[in-house]
Design a protein around this ligand. Sequence first.
Ligand code: FSO
Ligand code: SF4
Length: 428
Amino acid sequence: MFCYQCSQTARETGCTVVGVCGKQPTVARLQDNLLFAIKGISAYLYHARELGYTDDDVDAFLEKGFFSTLTNVNFDAADLVELALEAGQMNIKTMQLLKKAHNETYGEPVPTEVPVGSVKGPGIIVTGHSLKNLEELLKQTEGKGINIYTHSEMLPAHGYPGLKKYKHLVGQLGGPWFDQKQTFSKYPVAILGTSNCVLLPRDEYKERMFTSGVAQLPGVQHIDDNDFTPVIEKALELPELEDEARDTVLTTGFGASTVLSLAPKIKELVEAGKIKQFILVGGCDSPKPQAKYYTEFVEKLPKEVVVLTLACGKYRFNDMDLGDIEGVPRLIDLGQCNDAIVAVDIAVALTELFGVELNELPLTIVLSWMEQKAAAILWSLLALDIKGMYIGPILPGWANEDIINVLVENYDLKPIGDPEEDIKAIMG
Ligand code: FSO
Ligand code: SF4
């Protein structure tokens, strides 16, 4: 544990073994965990509010959650687990709110092929999660001869009818959040970071980078009021990009309606044994060497497996051609991390289709986590009582043995291991 939030703190620097107030290490970690989940919820709530959508119950929970971590309020190891599960439920509500905001504002996504690479002309790369910022930029650049490219978690924007209608939204440059230094150095265009996962910029592109919303970087101009004039002026003064061979095409934009329109076919294929398992391989990508697991895992899956994916972890395998099973695509990109709610909606619809409980579905969840939004999603899945999830590329650092034991005993949570062994275990 590490806590220095009050003046009783040990040696006036921090309680690290046990709190002077009596707070136990597991309670301290569960308080940290609750704060992480709250940060995740806040990110999604922020993007919903950008589009004018709010929820009083979620707001009230945030107050309660924060308050319960204040000094001398809640010393119970069991109640804090309950609060984490409640945070998971509130995160479900928040992701539903954001999905409603996205779908009502931009239309439900439709499958869309997105070419990777540049086309001739000035350009702007947009990274992060804010569809609202992207929309404003698309409006303000219309007819100016500037091409707009997505990066990382902005890729699913291409699937929304209200955004794909802009012809100058031309494609994708780079992959997950952590390739940004190489990608932004390689393409000498203007760059807009709209949310988290912006990295401290290299000097070589600092002056052509901008942030908006909560994202801020030292020495980088911030756009406060959705007036992207400085970004547009910068894009026009920079050299034009050249045409690249755009051989890699990524398919994104599978909304719940598209997937569920395949429900009768899916039922037939499952009953005929032609689809044996659905596996959700979702979450954040990580530069850790262990993250190679996710590439190998998907590569080695039997042909009778359908992979659902979301968030930036998909860049480990979303350029693979997995083909289809009689018209059902074997790789289905549901969108951003907040679109975990689409996966939940699909899973619930499948329980109705097959007349079984959630844990009886031929569905396995293989998560990769990077930061606090993923922690909130993990607690959402636990709040739904989903058992037997795999998690990697490392176990959460905030979870000590006590917490891991609770997760293993109650939810059969498993660390990822060897891809082939895990596939064997999943396929039974
Ligand atoms: Fe990736 Fe970053 Fe959506 Fe995460 S860009 S790592 S949990 O913030 O966001 O998937
Ligand atoms: Fe230490 Fe408790 Fe104060 Fe935290 S709240 S600094 S654990 S005495």
